[in-house]
Design a protein around this ligand. Structure first.
Ligand code: RIB
Length: 274
């Protein structure tokens, strides 16, 4: 459950500083949104996936949904808002693969708890580009493996942190939440980009994994892929080291092509990485 965006992605020679204009970019349009990226990543890695989210009644919605549809993600529970626009992300990508992202959430901000018709599922993955109140309500209703990627960092109900079986944060988000993460009795996984990831439980470091070395072209969607892959690995009862290794490999594979969703790897593409 989460955001569905159309990404307007500009490849730039370098990321602009505040107040600076960088010209000479090449613009591409890709389906994106953290929720949709995580749904499609899980699907490409072999799961049956239902996407819950909200789009506008506009042309951007069809563009944003195109790869979910083509990939076989179940879309019958999506909400179409009559007046809000489909979410748009403005992305600048540097040659190193690093990015800046600005999101105009539009219809994503209109997803109400009462709109959410939860299917029977082994796992629910959420992020924070939809209303926090909707996440809190749905987390309380769901009784399977509840995974939350606390991205982008913002206030979230303590009940959500307590309910989470797995929290995924990058190092910036981990610092933003600080001691609040201690409310989670489950696993807390911190990602460190090309330096891999660490899994903590009850404040103890339980496992760590390195990311395979790849040539990163665009890191957009790498964290989303990591979250989806980790969820699948845990559902497959992989031990923590193996689950982290699989998630790091999937995240690394997602950086090797342009765009969020076009780069989401298949299971075979992940399995060949060390
Ligand atoms: O995590 C990457 C995603 O963040 C992009 O696809 C963009 O839509 C934003 O939601």
């Amino acid at each position: 459950m989460g955001s569905i965006n159309l990404d307007l992605s500009a490849s730039v020679s370098r990321l602009p500083a505040p107040g600076e204009t960088v010209t000479g970019a090449t613009l591409e349009r890709f389906p994106g949104g953290k929720g949709a990226n995580q749904a499609l990543a899980a699907r490409r890695l072999g799961a049956d996936v239902t996407m819950i989210g909200c789009v506008g009644a506009d042309a951007a919605a069809e563009e944003a949904l195109a790869l979910l549809r083509a990939g076989g993600v179940e879309l019958s529970r999506l909400i179409t808002h009559e007046t809000a626009a489909t979410g748009i992300a403005l992305i600048a990508v540097a040659p190193s693969g690093e990015n800046h992202i600005v999101v105009a959430p539009g219809a994503n901000a209109k997803l109400e708890a009462s709109d959410v018709d939860l299917p029977n599922a082994d796992a629910l993955i959420c992020q924070l580009e939809i209303p926090a109140a909707t996440i809190a309500d749905v987390a309380a209703r769901f009784d399977g493996l509840f995974v939350i990627n606390l991205a982008p960092a913002r206030e979230v109900a303590e009940s959500v942190l307590k309910r989470a079986d797995v929290i995924v944060v990058n190092e910036v988000e981990a610092e933003w939440y600080g001691d609040k993460l201690a409310a989670c009795a489950g696993m807390i996984v911190t990602t460190y980009g090309k330096d891999g990831a660490v899994l903590f439980k009850a404040g103890e470091r339980v496992a760590s994994a390195k990311a395979p070395v790849v040539e990163a072209i665009d890191t957009t969607g790498a964290g989303d892929t990591f979250t989806a892959a980790l969820t699948i690995a845990l559902l497959e009862n992989k031990i923590p080291e193996d689950a982290l290794r699989f998630a790091c490999a999937a995240g690394a594979a997602a950086t090797t092509k342009r765009g969020a969703q076009p780069s989401l790897p298949s299971r075979d593409e992940v399995d060949v990485l060390p």
